[in-house]
Design a protein. Sequence first.
Length: 235
Amino acid sequence: MSSPPATATDHMLSAASTSSPRLVSSSMTSDNSISLLGRFERFLTHTRAFQTGVSKAFAICDHSGDGKVDENELYTGLILVHLELAKHAGPAACFPPTRAVCDRHFAESDRDGSGYINRAEFHYIVEILCADILSRMFVYYLLIVLCVPILATFLLHLCRIPLGTYYELITREGLSFAVLFLIVPLLWNIVDARSNVAGDRPTEESIALLSGRRKEQRRRRRQKKSQQENCSEIS
């Protein structure tokens, strides 16, 4: 049997198939370069040193020792982990996510509505919220070590500033301050906006989601306190 004649759609598909390998290869290359940093971030958050720090933070926050923490203790533990990481990562770890982001992840993890999360959920949330520290470190050291000297040298040659003078010193120091206090925070905001900690402004949806949960937590705490008082009176 003879094959049916090729239609216009068939010609379009054949043309696309011949030109698509280059596009696919370029997109795969960009995806691999982007995912490489993400895989390295996940590797660092699963190291023994990081897991030990998170376990210590959980032990500090778990005042009752029952293996559960509430949303306030979760945020406290996240701050402790960031402070511990700041010893090694420098200023890149000194910008923890806001309380709204932490509460949002807590609400997503607390599916049974008990108002508490266990150790495994605590580790998982902290790993998510600390994964962007490596991206911040990469941006910070790339600008400080590589971009600032190159930009300073280019600016000196462009403005024809004589070397070995106070004008050169002022130019280099001024550029360093501009990069450190203006460009680096701007790029860090871009990194945060593209990561899992985006949405750090409390919205009406997050407030509506957490308001009922907090009322329920306060009610349970009052009940627990009244039960403890009754037990103390009976004893």
